[in-house]
Design a protein around this ligand. Structure first.
Ligand code: BF8
Length: 681
């Protein structure tokens, strides 16, 4: 009898994802189908078989002590009268949801900021001349950021102002930067890079970060059992930690990466799994910190390594990226991304990935299980991010012998080329993209010739050709049709003359769907934005890098304010933020610092707040009165875009520039004609 039961269980067909329902990207659809044919499980299948926990979804499961987990779901009929739900200690739904939210902010801020710390430590080695593998590729960026860290770039000699010794500046910048993580007194130095009224607002509210580590530690303390039990007070600390990330750890990461590896400038590349080549050694780098991947780029381009690859029967070495490590080497070297977050398993399932090299964050543990089915060497490189599976190779990367480590990894990949099976299938799909935009390149392309500022961009916003600017960023999420929300929202925004800045996996998504080329403007943009993009030759969606590079968006918003005509503070300008398919705690940290910087920010999918309506209302409404920005959530992508547009219009009206816009309404026939033009292009 028992045997029969077991047999019946085995016979039950496995529930699998429908590739067409899982993604809008044909390369992804093809690879999901291939994985299923080979009986290899991917995240898309797991999303079908495992449903998310309903109470966790509502944000009201407290597991911060061993009397719990205490679960406080919202009754189906809602709550009439007093909300009497309590955990064993008496914690309310608001307290529990706020604690959970705060811990996401802490985790997200710690991830970006610890990345920043590693970069600062490598930079200190450079400044101390302890490593020869890294140098300062952008002295201009170093001189630019030094004053923000309180480092003088000139000296007085005999009453004359002279340039200060460059090595001295570098060393002081490195020391001051590292100090930002743990200094015993004072406040975050970069906070003053924000527009003055914003800094003063933070000061008045008592949310200027003291040091980066302290704000994260304090969240963990305050959300420990029996400490902070006032959700408004918890959110205040969320703000302080998130600002320590956005205007601190992440911003220092971006700056020092630019100093050491070069400040990005616009360049052409490609994106999607189709960048992999059957006759080349394919190496995929995945994760977030570019410290190792910079060396891997250099190693794969070296004559010795290319010759070695040829000696093993390959035509060359094809490097590709996944996630933000991919964005880092894209924006500085034009290395094409092979995919975004949800495509990491698929890159191995091509059968053509000779090595996947991972560092930190957003790496699936299932990569090891998938790699077992192929010849792929899966290599972890970071002491804080190892995997338990025995097929994973750990080569710990050390900046003091960086090139040696990179050469070892590339050699291993080349040696592995001969072990490939016959079962290679690389999807043909890939698209061209222009990436590598930054604060300066926006100024260069859209800036004023005479003022050397954002004046012309502002002028185009004021005259209504550009309705406003949106930052659309963030992850993919297997609970959402892969790429669909990003693409729909962006098309809706640019159709309505909203210029878009993008980073992270959103940037990779838009690249693979062909939205990061200047030609996109004629096809998808409203007439005003199309005219501006065509005149200056830029795409209507500007890829500004990885997720730590959201700080470039903060600084671009600051430049908009400084250029004048659009209010005195970031919250006055017609700006909005969005993370359509978010999944990571880092996205919550980013959302909180963007909101606290004055920008209305809409998340897609869902937010874990529904179980605590009062707390949710505080984030979605009341925060605007405090910081000028607030949260929102809208899973429908068209409505999502229109909420952002409505906010932009509200700001235009408050500035008195709403009349300047000649509204051009487009119908479906216009849209179809535009799409047809794009297909022909
Ligand atoms: O830091 S967008 S999935 S890769 S968390 Fe992760 Fe999200 Fe991608 Fe970059 Ni950002």
């Amino acid at each position: 009898m028992a045997e029969e039961k077991t047999l019946k269980k085995v016979e039950k067909p496995k529930k699998l994802a429908d590739p067409m329902e899982a993604s809008i990207d044909p390369a992804t659809q093809e690879m999901i189908a291939r994985a299923q044919k080979l009986d290899i499980e991917t995240v898309f299948d797991r999303a079908v078989t495992m449903k998310p926990c309903n109470i966790g979804m509502q944000g009201t499961c407290c597991k911060n002590c061993a009397m719990g987990p205490c679960r406080l779901p919202l009754p189906k009929a809602g709550i009439e009268g007093e909300d009497t739900r309590k955990g064993l200690c008496g914690a309310t739904a608001n307290t529990i949801a706020a604690r959970n939210f705060a811990r996401m902010v802490a985790a997200g801020s710690s991830a970006h900021s610890d990345h920043g710390r590693s970069v600062a430590e490598v930079f200190l080695s450079v400044a101390r001349k302890e490593t020869e593998d890294y140098t300062i590729k952008s002295p201009e960026r170093l001189i630019q950021i030094a004053p923000y860290l309180g480092v003088a770039v000139t000296v007085e000699v005999d009453g004359e102002t002279q340039d200060r010794d460059f090595d001295e500046i570098a060393l002081e910048v490195a020391e001051k930067a590292i100090n930002e993580w743990g200094k015993p007194e004072g406040e975050l130095l970069y906070a003053k890079r924000a527009p003055k009224p914003l800094y003063e607002r933070w000061k008045k509210l008592g949310v200027v970060p003291r040091n980066i580590d302290r704000e994260i530690v304090e969240i963990m303390h305050r959300t420990h059992m029996g400490v902070d039990q006032d959700y408004k007070n918890i959110v205040k600390q969320c703000t302080r930690a998130a600002l320590a990330d956005g205007w601190g750890g992440a911003m220092i990461a971006t700056d020092l990466q630019d100093v050491m590896f070069g400040a990005p400038t616009p360049l052409q590349s490609e994106a999607n799994l189709g960048i992999m080549k059957e006759d080349h050694v394919n190496i995929i780098v995945h994760g977030h910190e570019p410290v190792l991947s910079e060396m891997i780029v250099a190693a794969t381009q070296s004559k010795e390594m290319v010759e070695y690859a040829r000696s093993k029967g390959a035509k060359g070495i094809q490097l590709g990226g996944i996630c933000c490590t991919g964005n880092e080497i894209l924006q500085r070297h034009g290395v094409p991304p092979a995919g975004n977050y949800l495509q990491q398993e698929l890159a191995i399932i091509t059968g053509a990935c000779d090595a996947m090299v991972v560092d930190v964050q957003c790496v699936f543990q299932n990569l090891a299980n998938v790699a077992k089915c192929f010849h792929t060497k899966l290599i972890t490189t970071h002491p804080i991010a190892r995997m338990e599976q025995d097929n994973v190779i750990h080569i710990e990367f050390d900046e003091h012998h960086a090139m040696e480590d990179a050469n070892r990894i590339v050699t291993m990949a080349i040696d592995n080329f001969q072990n490939r099976g016959a079962d290679v299938m690389i999807p043909k799909h890939k698209a061209t993209q222009i990436a590598g935009f930054g604060v300066e390149s926006i100024e260069y392309h859209l800036g004023g010739t005479f003022r050397g500022s954002y004046y012309t961009l502002n002028d185009n916003i004021i005259n209504g050709r550009i309705r406003g600017v949106a930052g659309v960023v963030g992850c993919n999420n297997a609970r959402v049709k892969h790429n669909e929300e990003h693409v729909t929202i962006i098309k809706e925004l640019i159709k309505n003359d909203v210029l878009v800045l993008t980073t992270g996996c959103s940037g990779i998504t838009l690249a693979m769907h062909g939205l990061l080329t200047p030609e996109t403007a004629q096809v998808y943009c409203g007439p005003g934005l199309a005219e501006v993009c065509e005149t200056v030759g830029i795409p209507p969606v500007l890829h500004m890098g990885s997720c730590v590079d959201n700080t470039r968006i903060l600084l671009a918003a600051t430049e908009v304010v400084k250029a004048g005509g659009l209010g005195n503070d970031i919250c006055d300008a017609p700006l909005a933020g969005s993370a359509p398919e978010w999944m990571s705690e880092k996205a919550i940290a980013i959302g909180q610092y963007v909101v606290a910087s004055g920008i209305y920010t809409v998340f897609g999918y869902h937010m874990p707040l529904d179980g605590a309506p009062e707390f949710k209302d505080y984030l979605y409404r009341e925060l605007e009165n405090i910081y000028g920005g607030m949260w929102d959530c809208e899973p429908d992508p068209v409505k999502h875009a229109h909420k952002m547009i409505a906010h932009i219009d509200k700001k235009r009206k408050a500035l008195g520039i709403d009349k300047a816009r000649d509204r051009v309404l487009m119908d479906m026939a216009d849209r179809r004609e535009m799409e047809a033009k794009f297909q022909q292009a």
